[in-house]
Design a binder for this molecule. Structure first.
Ligand code: UDX
Length: 440
């Protein structure tokens, strides 16, 4: 049985380490952040992901999963998975590769001869070849493969243990054979296996994220047109989605995409294309980015209009802070940017979220947060539904209506039933849809 190490224990790395232990491997997770490692070793996840805490505990108890801050401890592993972050650089759109390069150097110095380093982080095309040069300066017996990860927050276990494809960029048959051993159990489920060169494997990830972002911005562009034409984007999305060439997933119009992946991957992809001399090929992605950011500004404008053009001292109750439901991730969260925009215009904004409040407070200490939904709804002039948590979709509009001072809701995610809210005396608005005035 192979021994595996996972370097970097953020979202991707922690999930991958647990997933590999669940497949039966002995796994050691490494991070330089002592607090994170202490928490993981004690069975506590530093982020919210449904089902993952239970699997973490189970695999720690089995003895297959360990965590360390000491690089020497990973030296016995046969395969090292590189899962460190590649955030957007402060000085531009490109990805910051500092962590990737320093982690690879550290691994190469301790890894046993003949072992395989496997990149999972999202990197600009061409990075793996630069890393190989670095690795071979230190230890020519090591090999490098690229195996991009497509996991979605909120579905991380499902996507790790039952991915819809496995892509491996390799330079040798031996590296492919080793990865086949790692994913043997998944291959038994007939999951498609795609072998490629390193560059294609790196590109698959950025291309997939760019396509998903394009789909979302496409439907949000249609929402803009629906708004001026008086049409309904929800019916439009349903109708075009029945064409299997288009498909109905990722056509949910609203306040757009956020999180730690799509926005920054889009920008770093454009930056890399420009470096390679193919700027024009990806120029359209800057429109995708603009449509996405415009969806947030449009929501602020709509809210101001519903506050009779004057947000000052009006109470706005915001449902949701996370960038999407079933996650406590608030990185580049559309909900928080909209809340902040309204607060800056003088509104009295109170934000509720079932899981993301601690992280939201850290990033936006000047905003008001509350974990008491009913209390925060009291006297609201306007309710904004910005993250479609199940508990919001299941809210009773009649009950909420007793607390607010004006029954008016904007559904930034097009996830509530207009008829249900209308029948309970609310005026319901959403991007790309006609206005649903309250039934008296
Ligand atoms: C994404 C990719 O889906 C995943 O494959 C990759 O590995 C990492 O990036 P994630 O960031 O977890 O995953 O979120 P995702 O589910 O893709 O949603 C991204 C954003 O788009 C969220 O803010 C979501 O609310 C928004 N979204 C999604 C829409 O606005 N409309 C949609 O139809 C779908």
């Amino acid at each position: 049985m192979l021994t595996l190490s996972v370097i970097g224990t953020n979202y991707l790395g922690a999930t991958h380490a647990v997933g590999m232990a669940e497949l039966g491997f002995n796994v050691i997770g490494l991070d330089t952040d002592e607090r994170k490692i202490e928490a993981l070793a004690a069975g506590r996840l530093p982020f919210y992901e449904p089902g993952l805490p239970e699997l973490l505990k189970k695999n720690l108890d089995s003895g297959r999963l360990r965590f360390t801050t000491s690089i020497e401890q990973i030296s016995d592993a046969d395969v090292h998975f590189l899962c460190v972050g590649t955030p957007q650089r402060r000085d531009g759109n490109a990805a910051d590769l500092t962590y990737v390069f320093s982690a690879v150097e550290a691994i190469a110095k301790v890894a046993k001869s003949g072992s395989l380093i496997v990149g999972k982080s999202t990197v600009p095309v061409g990075t793996a070849e630069l890393l190989i040069a670095k690795i071979h300066q230190i230890n020519p017996s090591l090999d490098l493969a690229w195996n991009p990860e497509f996991l979605r927050e909120g579905f991380a276990i499902e996507d790790t243990l039952h991915p819809n494809r496995i892509v491996v960029g390799v330079q040798s048959d031996l590296a492919e054979a080793t990865l086949r051993q790692v994913y043997e159990k998944l291959l038994a489920e007939q999951i498609p296996w795609i072998r490629s060169d390193l560059r294609t494997a790196e590109l698959v990830k950025t291309a997939a994220n760019a396509f998903l972002a394009t789909k979302i911005s496409f439907i949000n562009a249609m929402a803009e047109v629906c708004d001026v034409a008086g049409a309904d984007v929800m019916t439009l999305a349903t109708a075009i989605g029945y064409d299997p060439r288009i498909g109905n997933r990722f056509l949910q119009a609203g306040i757009g995409f956020g999180g730690g992946c799509l926005p920054k991957d889009l920008r770093s992809f454009m930056a890399r294309a420009e470096e390679l001399g193919a700027k024009e090929a990806l120029d359209f992605l800057s429109d995708i980015d603009s449509i996405n950011l415009r969806a947030r500004h449009r929501m602020v404008d709509l809210a101001v209009a519903e506050l009779d053009g004057n947000p000052v001292d009006k109470k706005v109750f915001v449902l949701g802070a996370a960038f999407k439901p079933n996650s406590d991730d608030v990185r580049d969260s559309p909900a928080l940017e909209i809340a902040e925009g309204l607060a800056k215009l003088g509104a009295n904004v109170v934000i509720h979220d079932p899981k993301a409040l601690d992280k939201a407070k850290e990033r936006f200490p000047h905003l008001q947060f509350s974990d008491d939904l009913n209390q925060s709804a009291l006297g609201a002039d306007l309710v904004l539904h910005l993250t479609e948590w199940l508990e919001y979709r299941e809210l009773d509009p009649a009950e909420l209506g007793k607390l607010v001072s004006r029954r008016r809701i904007i559904d930034g995610r097009n996830a509530l039933s207009p008829a249900k809210w209308q029948n309970a005396g609310w005026t319901y608005l959403a991007p790309g849809r006609p206005r649903f005035d309250a039934h008296d």
